[in-house]
Design a protein around this ligand. Structure first.
Ligand code: PXP
Length: 242
């Protein structure tokens, strides 16, 4: 089975820095360490409220990342203008609500269709790889295809919150097959950890995982390099044994 890409989301390194509004820890330095440890790409979410990643971080990541940069953003004029200027490898469009603690659900791809279609077209035309963060449902996948996305990222939050629940895993497996059959690249992420990632890593159609909070949390105890390596090992073992 093809090796699965691991993209590390470094948002929460910036969360710690923003607790004091200072310079440390630097999310760009963290990104470079993750790359050294084997990350295939770096993910960062520039939120409208700038609660963690700041504009200057995205600017620096766009030039200093040596693998590839995946920027998560809402589909707004402001964010699209930033993407067009910085031209990251990939943009993942996500829903955003100011009052949420984290990205709580997938995009509602049946709502605001024109905005999403136009945003995807602008990004695609600029040569930026496009992905939509959606719930693992067939209708959302089919609509994502119609809207013009190159990839879908399946929200694994429900799976992560219901550890061991076969229904949420089945939904991810089914959605992954449907995505691949429509020639969409299939990614996944949210709430994944060393303890729960193996069954998701074993889904053959899933090409890429985006993992953040658990890596930064684990890094407090074992360091960032080891935290990334642990994940990589579990992902590789899961794919080798399935
Ligand atoms: N993928 C997307 C689209 C996200 O919005 C997030 C959270 O920012 C993640 C992956 C990573 O989730 P976590 O931090 O729970 O690993």
């Amino acid at each position: 089975m093809k090796r699965q890409r691991l993209y590390i989301n470094i948002d929460h390194v910036a969360t710690v820095r923003q607790a004091r509004r200072g310079d440390e820890p630097d999310p760009v330095a963290a990104a470079l360490l993750c790359e050294e440890a084997g990350a295939d790409g770096i993910t960062a979410h520039l939120r409208e409220d700038r609660r963690h990643i700041q504009d200057v971080d995205i600017e620096r990541l766009a030039t200093e990342v040596t693998t590839v940069l995946n920027v998560e953003m809402a589909c707004t004029d402001e964010m699209l203008a930033i993407a067009m200027r910085l031209r990251p490898h990939q943009v993942t469009l996500v829903p955003e609500r100011r009052e949420e603690i984290t990205t709580e659900g997938g995009l509602d791809v049946s709502h605001d269709v024109k905005r999403l279609r136009d945003g995807l077209a602008r990004l695609n035309d600029a040569g930026i790889r496009t992905s939509l963060f959606i719930a693992p449902h067939r209708d959302a996948i089919e609509r994502s295809r119609e809207l013009g996305a190159a990839a879908v990222e399946l929200h694994t939050g429900q799976y992560a919150h219901c550890a061991g629940d076969s229904e949420t895993l089945n939904a991810l497996q089914d959605a992954s097959r449907r995505g691949a059959s429509l020639e969409l690249s299939v990614h996944a992420g949210h709430g994944l950890t060393v303890a729960n990632v193996a069954p998701v890593a074993a889904i053959p159609e899933i090409e890429e995982l985006n993992i953040g909070h658990s890596v930064v949390s684990r890094a407090i105890f074992v360091g960032l390099v080891e935290a990334v390596r642990e994940l990589r090992r579990v992902m590789d073992e899961a794919r080798a044994s399935s």
